[in-house]
Write a protein that binds this ligand. Sequence first.
Ligand SMILES: Nc1ncnc2c1ncn2[C@@H]1O[C@H](COP(=O)(O)OP(=O)(O)OP(=O)(O)O)[C@@H](O)[C@H]1O
Ligand SMILES: [Mg+2]
Length: 355
Amino acid sequence: MYESYYGLTGKPFQLSPNPDFFFDSRGHRCAMAYLEYGLHQGEGFIVVTGEVGAGKTTLVQRLLQRLPAREVVPVQIVTTQLDADDMLRVVTGSFGLPADSVDKATLLIRLEQHLRQLHSEGRRALLIVDEAQNLGARAIEELRMLSNFQIDSRTTLQCFLIGQPELRELMQRQEMRQLKQRIIAAYHLGPLGRDETRRYIEHRLGHVGWKSDPAFEERAFEHIFAATGGIPRRINTLVDRVLLAAYLAEKHLIAADDVVDVADEQSRELGPRRGFLGAAPGADAPEDPSMSRQAAPARTGAEGVSRGSDESPSSRLDALENRVAILESAAGMMFGSLKKVLRILRMRTGERELS
Ligand SMILES: Nc1ncnc2c1ncn2[C@@H]1O[C@H](COP(=O)(O)OP(=O)(O)OP(=O)(O)O)[C@@H](O)[C@H]1O
Ligand SMILES: [Mg+2]
């Protein structure tokens, strides 16, 4: 709506992940390095966890753009609540192999034949499981079994697990100890730092031809960081709304107060939410909070996922609350925008009738 007013060539702050907008924050860069390190090793599991909306799926999409297509055949699974029995079927199907109405032994044979075929072509398979926090322990165990396929003592199916912080909790369980030994690297993607938040916003705007119209007051960025905690999805939601409000008020400079107004409006619509307007601007935040939580690269095995200890039931509830808040926010934004458009239409219709 505001795009043409500000001379932008597209929507700068969409909610759906789009790797073309990829911003190389320090956290994202490290996470990418871990994935590429894993790829280079050609075996074992890589686990990337991250806060809700931190950019995990965007990262995966970016990785898919960069994969050496002649060597690696990626397949992606976005899980809902897959149980162990479904896992093999879904993996087999994701390679484009027929997987319905056949027993487990047949599925295994088909999958193995396919992996052999890839191997003979000098290629190997990479299975990327997004939203892996939804998997049960048995489903993950099934993945571990699949990663046992070897030809000429080389692994034919490598696996990346991507998920929200609950995935780390899952990995701590006793029954996960065999899988943990297969994890060659694990990384936790945290939020953007204050400075990065500003560069992220400018980066996304720059991607759609922004020429500093509207301009942002320095403190406006600080308020955006404070209101969003540096979580990209929250930044997108807030800044999109700030731009809409600026357009409706025909503004070309976004002041700190404009951000505060919109953030207030959003939190009134949603109710208070953790991390939202939680940190005062200027409050200390590590430039790259993810760095403080990351696991060491290399063969960290079990250690790689055991650091960080916020997997309490209340942190899981926080994560769920955040998810619901994001959905609410998206719906609230839509209705808020519609109401404003109607208000403008009414104003303009009134003006036309008067003249
Ligand atoms: N590094 C980045 N560069 C550009 N945009 C990003 C980046 N990280 C996140 N985003 C944007 O933030 C939003 C959320 O990103 P994404 O869906 O990848 O998060 P997620 O961690 O997978 O979330 P969830 O936990 O809900 O699965 C998207 O609009 C995405 O485009
Ligand atoms: Mg995701």
